[in-house]
Design a protein around this ligand. Structure first.
Ligand SMILES: [Zn+2]
Ligand SMILES: [Zn+2]
Length: 179
């Protein structure tokens, strides 16, 4: 799941999971990121909205709500009123409150959801079984078995396709502190 990094008044960074479809961002107040029920909401400098994309992935867009506070993405105003966010994009509200968009997430075991077309385990190349435990790689979006008989995801230290670490408890690899 995507997330957003927020800096608190002590200048420490914390990551919040973007676990819903819409979030409002504001420059001031105790809660700079607030879950909102729909893509319009008063009192927010900018709105984050999630759209389903291909391959079980999500695309997040940022909308300038046109309120008084300037919204800059990577130092630039949003000329079209919105941008499609990429990993590590910097969002600056009102010249003072800084956020970073993050697409990093940890792998989790979930029942394989199935789909219209058959998919194959990225490790053993056998067909994935709907409802059986499996892991979707957070980086490349492909699935591996994670059943007792075929723990394909954790068979190696990294995703066989893209190299994303398979550990379930790894630290998220990037934080804004690295800037
Ligand atoms: Zn497999
Ligand atoms: Zn992968």
């Amino acid at each position: 799941m995507a997330g957003i990094w927020i800096q608190d008044e002590k200048r420490a960074w914390a990551r919040r999971d973007l676990s819903s479809q819409y979030f409002g961002l504001r420059a001031a107040g105790d809660s700079p990121v607030v879950e909102v029920p729909h893509a319009q909401g008063p009192g927010y400098a900018a709105l984050l909205a999630c759209y389903p994309a291909s391959n079980h992935r999500q695309q997040w867009a940022l909308f300038d709500s046109g309120q008084a506070e300037a919204v800059l993405v990577n130092g630039e105003p949003m000329l079209a009123g919105f941008v499609l966010l990429k990993a590590r994009d910097e969002i600056l509200l009102g010249g003072r409150t800084r956020f970073y968009f993050s697409t990093e997430e940890l792998p989790v075991v979930v029942p394989y959801p199935g789909g219209a077309t058959p998919e194959f385990c990225a490790r053993c190349h056998k067909p994935l079984v709907a409802g059986a435990p499996a892991v979707r790689c957070p980086s490349c979006g492909r699935w591996c078995d994670q059943t007792a008989e075929r723990p394909c995801w954790t068979y190696g230290p990294a995703c066989p396709l893209c190299g994303h670490p398979t550990a379930f408890d790894a630290d998220l690899r990037w934080t804004p502190e690295q800037l």
